[in-house]
Every structure is written in C-alpha cells, then in structure tokens.
Design a protein around this ligand. Sequence first.
Ligand code: NAD
Length: 812
Amino acid sequence: MSEIRKVAVIGSGIMGSGIAAHLANGGFEVWLYDIVPSTLTEQEQAQGLTLKSAEVRNRLPLSAIAQLVKQKPAPLYDVSFSARIHAANMEDDGELLHEMDWIVEAVVERLDIKQQVFSWIDQHRRQGSLVSTNTSGLSAAVMIQHSSKEMRQHFAVTHFFNPPRYMALVELVATEETLPEVIEVLTRLCQQRLGKGVVQAKDTPNFIANRIGTYGMLVTLKETLQHGLTIDEADALTGPVMGRPKTATYRMLDLVGLDTLLHVVDNVHSRSEDEAERAAFTRPALLEQLVKQGALGQKSGAGFYRKLKGSDGSSYIESLQFDTMTYAPSTKPTSPVIEAAKQAKGAKGKVEALIGAVPEHPHAQFAWKTIKATLLYAAERVGEIAEHIADIDKAMRLGFNWELGPFELWDSLGLAAVAERMKAEGDQLPAWVEAWIADGNESFYKRERGNTFYVHQQRYVLQEQEEGVIELARIKEEKGTVWSNREASLIDLGDEVLALEFHSKSNAIGSDILSAIRYACHETTRNWRGLVIANEGKNFCVGANLMLLLMEAMNEEWDEVEDIIMLFQQSMLQLKRLSRPVVAAPHRMTLGGGVEACLPADIIVASPETYFGLVETGVGLIPAGGGSKEAAILAMQRAAYGAGPSGRVERKLLAGDLQPHLNSLFESIALAKTSTSGFEIARLGYARPQDRVLLRGESRIYEAKQAVLRLDAAGYVPPEEELVAVAGREGKAVMKLAIQNMKLGGYISEHDEKIATKLAHVLSGGDVPSGALVSEQYLLQLECEAFLSLCGEPKTQQRMSHMLRYGKPLRN
Ligand code: NAD
C-alpha cells in the first residue's frame, strides 16, 4: 500500500474533482484528467491563446482545481493541498498514466464513454497498477469486458458518495476476475488514507445504498400519493423523526436531481429479472412530467420545492401541490404523530412513536407502510447486492446518513413483532427471515460481551473489529467503567492506559466533568501509565456549560462565578502537570472549554474533521479556563522555537519576535475563528510541533493510546513550570491599534471592542514591560479578572442567553 503514491483521476466533474481533492487530503499526488476542449472561449481568444495552448488544453481540470479552493463546504482539508493536484488531459498526457499507481475513472455515467476511457487507460497504464471506476451503478464487468485480462484482474469499483470528503461511505465492488489482493489494498487505502467506511457490494445495479435508498424514495412517493399527503407532510415524516437526515425525501430528490433519479430508476428496471422489482422501478408518471417541464430540482431552480424572493428581498420556499401541479408556500405540518415522534429519544424511540403513538392516524399508516416496504425490500436483497446484512446497514448509515440501517431498525422494533404485523397484513417474508424466526431467533444482531454478531446464512457470525480502532462503547459494555459520574467516565483502554470520556449533553463541560478531570489525574498518577482524553460523542466538546454560569452572573453571584473559573483553571493545570503522559484526541466540534481541555495535553492527536477554536468572544467572554494563558505561552514558544543552545525557550525575548505570533493568536481568539479541519488548527496558531492530525478519525483513540505508550516508554517527565515571556504594554498597544482599525472599519461592535481589549490585556501579560517574565498563575489571575468583569456586562449576558436559546452567536 505504501507503494501507492501517484493517482490519476479521469474526469474532473463534480465527483472527479471531489475525489481528487480527497486523495490530496490523504497525501497522494494526483493528476486530474479531462478531455481537450474543441473551441476557444471568448476570454481565451482575447488572451491570444490557441487550441494548442496548455491552458486551453487543460482548461477543464485547471478550472476544477481553481474551484476546489473556493468551494464550500471545503473539499480540501487545507487550501495548500491543492498543490498536490496537477492538471492533465487525455490527448497529451497518456504516457504519464504509465507512472500512476492507481487510476480512478469518474467520467459521465455512460457505458460507451466509460468503455472508451478504459480502452485508453489500458493502452497507457503500467502492469500491476490499480484501476477503479466511480460508477453509480453500471455493470463493472461489462464496463471492462473489452480490456486486457491483466487490467481486468486489477480492476474494481470504488463508489464514493457526494461530497467525497464528507460522505463516509465507499462501496467496493469486485468482478469475478478481480484479484483478492486488489480488494485488500483498496479497502486499506480507503479506510486508512481516506478515512472511509468500506462495504463490499456485489456487481448489481446501483450497488447497495442507491439501490435501497432509491427504492425507499419511490415507495415514499407512491405512499404520499395514496395517503393523500402533501410534500411537506411526507418530508416532516421521513426526516429526523424517522432517524434520517433533515433533507428527508423530496428535499433530497431535489438535491440529487430528478433526471439523475430517473437514470438510476431505469438502471434497475432494465437489469432486474424480478417482476415485482421491475414494477417498483417503473418511472413514476409524476417524475417524468416534472423532468419534461424542466423541473429537475435544485440545479434548475425548481423541483418538488422552489425558492423565491419576496418583495422585501427575503427568500421563501414553495412546495409542489400534487392536485394542481402548481406551487404554494411551504408549511410546517404537525400532527399528534409528528409531535409524539419529536418528543421521543433516539431513532428507535422516534420510529416507535411514529408508528405506534396513534396507529390509526394517516401519518402513522404512511410511516409504517414506507418503513415496512423498505425493510422487506432490503431483506429480499441479502446475498444479491451484498454478502450480509451488516454491510447493507452500514451502507445506509454512511451513504444515506440513516441513524439505523434497515436490519438494525427492524431489530429495534422487534424482529418477531414486525414480522407478525407484516404477515397479518398479507405480506410475504423472505424465506430466510421466516426460517430464522422459526429457529427461535429474536433478532438479526446480538451483542455478547462487547462483541457484535449478525445473522449470515442462518447462523450468527462475529462482526470483525477493524484494525487500529478502539471503541469505548464496546469496552464499557464488556468491562464496565473504572469510575463514572453523570458527565464523564474513566475507561480501561488496556496496557495500563486510562481514558477520560465526556458524556454530558453536547459534551459541554460542567462541574461533573471538572470533578472527573481531577479524579482522573489522581487515579492516573496512582495506577496507570498515562491518560487519553477522548470520546465517541457527535462532537468532542462544545465548550463550558453556559447555563450555570449565566444563572450565577444574572444573580450577581460573583464569588460563585470566580469559584467556577478557578476550579476550571486548576483542573486544567492539574492535567498539564500530571506526572504521567496525557494525550487528547479531539474530533468534530472542539470549542472553547473543549480546546482548553486539549491544550494541557502533551500531544493532541486530532481527527481530520476537527473544528477547533477558542470561540468565547462569541458569547461575550474570553477564554478563562487556561486558554488565554496557553495562547500567550504558544506565542512565546513559537517565537523561541529552535532558539537557545539547550533547545529550551530563551528567556530574554524581544517583543518584536513575539508580536507576529501573538497577533495571529489574538486574531484567532478575538474573531472566534474555528478550524474547518484538523489540518487548519495549525493555521489558527493552536498546534504545537508535537501535535498530529490523523487521516482516519475512527482510529483517534487507538492512536492516542499508542502516543501515551510511546511517551511512557521513553521515560516521561512532565513539563516543568516555566516563566512566560510576555509582550507587555508595547504588545498590547499593537493589538489595540488593530482593534481600533476594525472598529473604525465597521467590522466590530462596541462590545466586541471591549472584549478584544480585555483579551489583548491578558495575552500581553497586562501592565508590564515588554519581555517581562511572568508566572502561569499570574496569567490565570488576569484571565479570571477579565472574565469576571465581562460576566457583569448586560451585553455579554444577552450573548450567553442567545447562544443557549438559539445555539448561534448574537452580534450586539
Ligand atoms: P459530471 O458531469 O460532473 O462530470 C463528468 C466528467 O466527465 C466531466 O468532467 C466531463 O468533461 C467528463 N467527460 C465527458 N465526456 C468524456 C469523455 N468522452 N472522456 C473523458 N471524460 C469525459 O459527472 P459526475 O457527477 O462527476 O459523475 C461522474 C461519475 O460519478 C459518474 O459515473 C456518476 O454516476 C458517478 N457518481 C456521481 C455522483 C454524484 O452525486 N454526482 C455520486 C457518485 C457517483
């Protein structure tokens, strides 16, 4: 696998460019190919370019690469990674293919064109190189039937989902001729370098996720019409209340494009031999009509929904009315069924409420019918589209963002109960499900001492644990916790390494997490080789729990507020001074207090998808759990990095050395900047030389544990307390000038100015000369004072309550 360095992507459209970007994220050198344009654009003519100019010949990939840097959400972990992508074209750069270790085809979904492209690849590639296609569902075997045997043996489908960086699924499909080692290498590449969840699909129309997902959408359309529901109602019922994404059904169809959907539908219809399936995959008249009218979804401005601008300039949404085929303002439907499901917790609870709270309600009937049809359809496809149910469930979770795959959902509703209801309603169960239930089995999956088993060919088989992944949930189930309170647990990771897991609401840091940190320090010192701070929540930590703080501030309980801050500061300091190594493994949102819980760690091992930042100014505060102090230290260390004969930080720093580093950290904190990836943490100034970013987020706990073991084996000595060289009055003056400019330019409010000035005061070490040496305790004291004074500000309190109520910052 290490030999795979150079990758060619053929086709620089939506998927080709997105895949190229994600390959660049994974550290590969990528050549992005496309066809040579046959005519010049006006701009090219004006520039005096000809059809022979390289800029023209590479126009498509060059403009795709330029787009990658601008696109939102960003396809690249860091804009600089675009330098790893090179433009190439299919007429001039055929020979270059010979150097490629892996060639990914991502041209238009047309068999004839794909076959031409593969014959061109076959002419130029080196023997032994990997070749894959990103087809959505064409037959892999047919696509390469005219290629050489050697290429056919090295060929597979690598089906990425859009957008490739963010969608976690890759469906891998082998043909009968694909060598097993090709699938092994591609699986490892996709998992370890690209951070993807891989499933093995069979060479059948649309593979796993699109096959079941499209069926689900067709059924939803049919049932919407039969139950006389509106689009708004159907979307309200098939989104989060069904454990599925907000885009639900019709919003999702508009995103995908109704014309694209018809292609996918036709692909099954023309290739399936099952009459019932062919009937289900017949083009719905309504869809055909919309496509004929040019209502293709978002890309054409209208589909099931359309977005319009009112006379006051604000936009609003209209939805299609089936009876008149005209648009009317979209509504937020409600019913006892929807309300019951909204109140319920988790996908299982929600679906139970959806179908069981008021079972005779048309909404409940509709929900049950769509779910039932999808469960049955998935069960009928086992063995055909995938070897086993676990890959089908995983494909639906990762490819369609369903909380539970069909078999997981069926289990959660009760295997036998669902089967009974189906039979009572005259449905026929697949023979294997009947036999499985008749054998006395109560579920498709079973958990035993931390292991999962799933049904495969009428017996339970063990779900293999992936190499390099530690799952806290699994350990807890098997061995329980070492210690636990309401908000956090200590978990034994094996090899005498302890993990501290947060599990409060949104993983916000409250008093129980602070107690847990202090207890973890005590416990680790006595009995463990080191500590990992990590969790499996949706986000690592969204910051400190504001609720408590706001209440104390509103009641003017200043002593209480001070106690909270000091407890926070001392807990973080205890982590920093721990006599054993500490490694933090953040993922996704890691904000405010979450960052402050990472900075005391010896090493931060961040997931690629980590959105990291000290964002306290957004709620009218400054970081005061040691975050501002650590920023001052980071600036000093960066200024002194590599200086001093002993490698230690030089104590006599000039303010001039310190200032640029301080300015950039000041800007990150004052503007509450958040990294858009783990790699961008360094751009904000928070990364230390020893910190790392992983390519596979799932392995963060494993990697953090390894880092603890390495530090311990090397004879860990905790960092000594050092004095901090600060920028002092002069440094503060520079930052204040920047604040004034921002204020004059109208970029910040008066309250922002006040907060930023306090931040500048703390970061520069207060009222001391430039280059003064101060203690960490002194900086913590400054943090605390600034924080307390801001808490008393009405505008800060407004910001806090706005954040608590709406989850968004208020600009006041
Ligand atoms: P696209 O239309 O955005 O891009 C297609 C690319 O193919 C263009 O760059 C075009 O210049 C190039 N091309 C056209 N004719 C060619 C030829 N004769 N030789 C070489 N290149 C040629 O399409 P896309 O959405 O990126 O889809 C590409 C592939 O990915 C398709 O097989 C599609 O089914 C699959 N796919 C798409 C999605 C999606 O959501 N868009 C998701 C998964 C898979």
